[in-house]
Write a protein that binds this ligand. Sequence first.
Ligand code: R5P
Length: 261
Amino acid sequence: MDWGKKNRISQIIKPETGRTVMLAVDHGYFLGPTSKLEVPEEAITPLLPYADALMLTRGVLRNCVSPETSVPIVLRVSGGSSIIGADLSNEGITTSMEDAVRLNVSAVALSIFVGSDYEQQTLMNLAILVDMAEEYGIPVLAVTAVGKELGKRDERFLSLSCRIAAEQGASFVKTYYCDDFEKVVGSCPVPVVIAGGPKLETELDSFKLAHSAIQKGARGVDFGRNIWQNPNPIGMIKAIRAIVHENASPEDAQRIYDKNK
Ligand code: R5P
C-alpha cells in the first residue's frame, strides 16, 4: 500500500490498538438540522479531544470546525437526496477529490445502497470514488445499509454489502451490528467499523452494542446519535473509548459514564 494511504489510515485506526473511535456528525447531509446537532459546533467542539476521527461534510467542516484541529477528518462525499425526497438511495458523488485534498482529509466516505433501486448507481459511485481517491492515496470508507435497507439488518445482507464494498476497493467499511456479526467481519477483507444507529434506550444498551461488535472483530465504532444525543456526551465517548481501546466491559463503561456525569 502506498505510504500516504497507509499513513492516513493509521491516523484514523490507531496503530497502538488497531482500533478507532470515530465521531459521526454528517447526519445533516440528508436529515438537515438533526436533534442535538442543530448548531454543529456546540455538539462537536467538546467531543473533539476524545475522537480519533471526525466524520462530516465539507460544509460543516469549513464552517463549524477550527482548521487548527489535529483530529483526522473523514469527509462525507456522497449525497444529493433528502429525507423528504423520493428515494434516499439516489445519491451521487458531491465533492471533488481536489476539494478533499484542500481540506487535508484522511479519508473520504460514501454510502452504497445494496438491494435498492439505486444499487448499481451507488456501487458505481464507489468504484469511481476509489479510482479518484487512489490517485491521491486517500482511503475510502464505504457506508453500508442506511435508509430503507435498515430493515434488512441481518448477517446475510450486511455480509453481502460489506463484501461488495471491499471488492469495489473500499479501504474500510462502516456497517451495523447484527447477530452473527463475526461472519460479517470474517468475510470482509478490510476493517469494519459500526454505526450506532438511532439513540438506544439506555447507555448500557450502547455499551453492549459497542462491546459485542468489538469482541466479534469490529475495528472500532463510528457513533453519532448515541453519543451527542445523550445528555452526558463526554461521559458517553469516554466510556466508548474504554470499550474500544481497553477492552472494557459494558459494566466498566457504565461506571466510566457515571463518574463523568
Ligand atoms: C449515516 O448515513 C450517517 O453517515 C452516520 O454517520 C451514521 O449513521 C453514524 O451515525 P449514528 O451512530 O448516529 O447512526
